[in-house]
Write a protein that binds this ligand. Sequence first.
Ligand code: SF4
Length: 432
Amino acid sequence: MNKNVKIEKQNNRCELLIPAGNLQTLKVAVDYGADAVYIGGQRFGLRAKADNFSIEDMKEAADYVHKAGKKLYVTVNIFAHNADIEGIKGYFTEIKEAGLEEGIDAFIISDPGIFTLAKKMLPGIDIHISTQANNTNYLIYNFWYEQGATRVVAARELSLHEIKEIKANIPEDMEIEAFMHGAMCISYSGRCLLSSYFTGRDANKGACTHPCRWKYAIVEEQRPGEYLPIEEDERGTYIFNSKDLCMIEYIPEMIDAGIDSFKVEGRMKTALYVAAVTRTYRQAIDDYYKSEELYRSRMDYYREEISACTYRQFTTGFYFGKTDENSQIYDNNTYIKNYTYIGMVEACDDIGMIKTENDSVRIMLYQKNKFVIGDKVCVMAFDGENIDAVVTGIEDEYHTPQESAPHPKQKLYVTLSCEKPDRIKEGMIIRS
Ligand code: SF4
């Protein structure tokens, strides 16, 4: 947990900031090219349904991240009520006693009260101001700078033009973080009461049940049970259902706006999603810094790879002005899904990575989705290559051969036949 192993922005390069809901996805994010990872503790982090990190997990996360020369940020971005205060004090005490003041590079905080508490109890940890705090103008950024914050996360409702104006009106060492990719709230920067109203679960305390994705219809007061469709589609309409943000085609514009950190949304996403999004944005950013021509020439590859994970349809959000009727999906709430997550090549010296023949490799994985002998799969190399392979053998944990792998989470030994078996490494994601 050596915070001195911080990466500095080389040649003023932007940071790629990836979410992780558990240790496995954190490692995937780091291995596939994140510059920094943000996580939540088990309380106060606005994603109650993610696995989240215990204090012990956070220590392991900090070690892993810092060994790779990356950074670790921890969200404490609820809006606290009086009843939360003692718990937050206890949480900060636990962090201090665990030695994590050295392991956490920054807290992401929205509540000024929690900000004050963190500064007092853990002065060694930087503070970034969460997007939840509605950071819409440069006076707000300057206010937080004067309080001692080192970074502010832009409100999602800002255009790139507005962000550029903010950059021109804040101190040079004040950083701006902005969302690059992921789900959008229909409500103002996530300050939303829909979930609280319908289910009693408060989005502002991390318990959102996503009612904006539900199907709605109009009901006339005197005709209960008769649901009148709002659109011509007779199944109703998803009037609150926003498309997902995707700015892969606008990296030059994001850099030109003065954004220091490109943030991906999604602490509850799968390892496959994290791997695909991290790897693609890593490549796109690096390609752009090499040459704009290279970046433009690989656009089809980026689009295809980004589409390889689950997603809704895409939008550029508010970045080029106000959203319109095309920013939402009215007729369904289903995800488009192109690839299936088979599993991850697990690290294990004595049983994994046994090379069987020149053109095959035997690995160990925990099954994520069903596959059978003969299936064509793809191993996602860290550097962007997709290694095609065929499943030629499956054994259970007692080495009994089987034809298929139908059981979720089952430990399996799998033989993959491919042209480049030496390229397959521990930690790589396999999809079909
Ligand atoms: S219900 Fe939808 S808009 Fe509201 S906080 Fe949850 S995800 Fe965001």
